[in-house]
Design a protein around this ligand. Structure first.
Ligand code: FAD
Length: 422
């Protein structure tokens, strides 16, 4: 039994230790809360490590350091290798453990299903989803990697349209060009090629794209190029300059295409599968148009068939369900987005990607700070009884011991650093 504990204003369980979870822990602990951060993985870096392709090296390092600083501060207790819903029941956090508040910061890890009947039967047989593909790309070179392995063929289709789908296209193009160069006996570092772009890299080797004989991949998007969500909407209160946004979006896409040499097929929405034997070998699409109000309509009778050895679905991510926490279809039942209040639970809030659904670090962090500021107002000025804190910390330490964590955050992070990773 822990002898004495400082007085805390609240006991908060935070599920997920990445950008949003670490920000909430830091803000709440600085206002006198005891924060226990449960993270399912060894490392708490979430999408920064496993979602953002690894060429974002500087951003990754900066985000890792931010997360490390926040999770190693006083008042924050880190519990790795602990998935809520699997290793600890969600309901037990409030009842058995005695937390006053639960903050969901578990992000969005399930790929939104491709909305074509029967598509998921071809996962691994011509169809791949974005999240496992990027996980593979970021980790497959590490010794001891035991996850799924992918062969990247030439001429893949990527269904998407947001920034993440452009990263997917880049991964496919870079891997293919690196392999084509390797087949000619040329060792080319993939991250250096990402920085320079494909044409300049090839020129350095005295080659052109045509010399490689590659077809390249195609990004298929259901709206117009100028509708691609490649820029942040203006802050609340500032009107969107539609013409300027459209120009910026076109420029971002053109720059990516000129550096990575992929094609774009706008105004096409997937409607059917092309299957041969037991493999997906392409997709059928309906042509679309975007009306003045921004709605997408299918153009009757206008269809398109695109054959491809691989289809990658990159149409967004949704939260993984946590057992014990009801969902509304694919999504959490959210009562108040701004405050992150989850419907049907008095003491459960969410922050970051799990609520915003936006693939954006700054948006995740900002939302988390806003939710934490609201929660601080709920502390009511009182303090939690010391014996209650001591009991809770006993449970925390028992779980930490169980997973082999001795309470020293920085030492743990050194210990679980994968070889070959930053
Ligand atoms: C391909 C791609 C490119 C991107 N590029 C950019 C970019 O250039 N710039 C940018 O700003 N953003 C980018 N993003 C988005 C950015 O990475 C995310 O928006 C942000 O990292 C989300 O942070 P989060 O803390 O809300 O969620 P996450 O990072 O997803 O963190 C959730 C954490 O919760 C843990 N967890 C989940 N379930 C449980 C559970 N049941 N119990 C315990 N722990 C759990 C996870 O392991 C994870 O650590 C990109 C994303 C992708 C996929």
């Amino acid at each position: 039994m822990a002898a004495t504990s400082p007085a805390y204003r609240s006991h908060v369980a935070i599920i997920g230790g990445a950008t949003a979870g670490a920000e909430a822990a830091d803000k709440l602990a600085s206002e006198g809360a005891l924060c226990v951060v449960f993270e399912q993985n060894d490392r708490p870096y979430g999408k920064v490590e496993d979602g953002l392709p690894r060429w974002h090296a500087a951003l990754r390092r900066k985000e890792y350091e931010l997360i490390d600083t926040k999770l190693s501060r006083d008042g924050v207790h880190f519990v790795p290798r602990t998935a809520i819903g699997r290793d600890v029941h969600f309901e037990d956090l409030l009842r058995a453990w005695g937390f006053d508040l639960i903050v969901l910061a578990n992000g969005a890890w399930r790929d939104r299903p491709l909305p074509v009947d029967g598509a998921d039967a071809y996962v691994g047989r011509g169809l791949v989803y974005q999240n496992p593909l990027i996980y593979w790309f970021n980790h497959h070179h590490e010794p001891g990697y035991a996850g799924a392995r992918y062969e990247i063929p030439d001429g893949a289709l990527v269904i998407g349209g947001g920034l993440a789908s452009i990263d997917v296209v880049k991964v496919l193009q870079l891997v293919k060009v690196r392999d084509a160069l390797a087949a000619r006996g040329i060792e080319q570092d993939l991250l250096a090629m990402e920085a320079k772009g494909i044409p300049d890299t090839l020129a350095k080797h005295g080659l052109t794209w045509d010399d490689l004989g590659l077809q390249g991949c195609t990004l298929v998007y259901r709206r117009r190029i100028e509708d691609m969500p490649l820029t942040e909407p203006p802050p609340p209160g500032r009107p969107d300059d539609a013409v300027k946004s459209a120009t910026v979006r076109r420029k971002i896409l053109e720059k990516a295409q000129s550096k990575f040499l992929f094609r774009v097929e706008p105004l096409a929405t997937p409607t059917g599968l092309i299957v041969e034997g037991d493999r997906l070998v392409g997709m059928r699409f309906a042509r679309t148009r975007v009306d003045e109000g921004g709605s997408v309509d299918v153009v009757p009778g206008a269809e398109l068939e695109l054959r491809a050895p691989l289809v990658v679905s990159s149409i967004g991510s949704i939260p993984e369900p946590i057992q014990g926490l009801g969902m509304h279809g694919e999504l959490l039942r959210i009562e108040d987005h701004e405050r992150g209040k989850i419907a049907d639970f008095e003491h459960v809030f969410g922050c970051g990607n799990v609520i915003t659904g936006k693939g954006n670090l700054v948006a995740s962090r900002r939302h988390s700070g806003q939710v934490a500021a609201h929660l601080v107002q709920r502390f009511n000025g009182g303090t939690r009884p010391g014996e209650h804190t001591a009991e809770l910390l006993d449970r925390v330490r028992e779980r930490q011991r169980h997973v082999g964590f001795d309470g020293d955050y920085r030492a743990w992070i050194e210990r679980v650093r994968p070889d070959g990773s930053s």
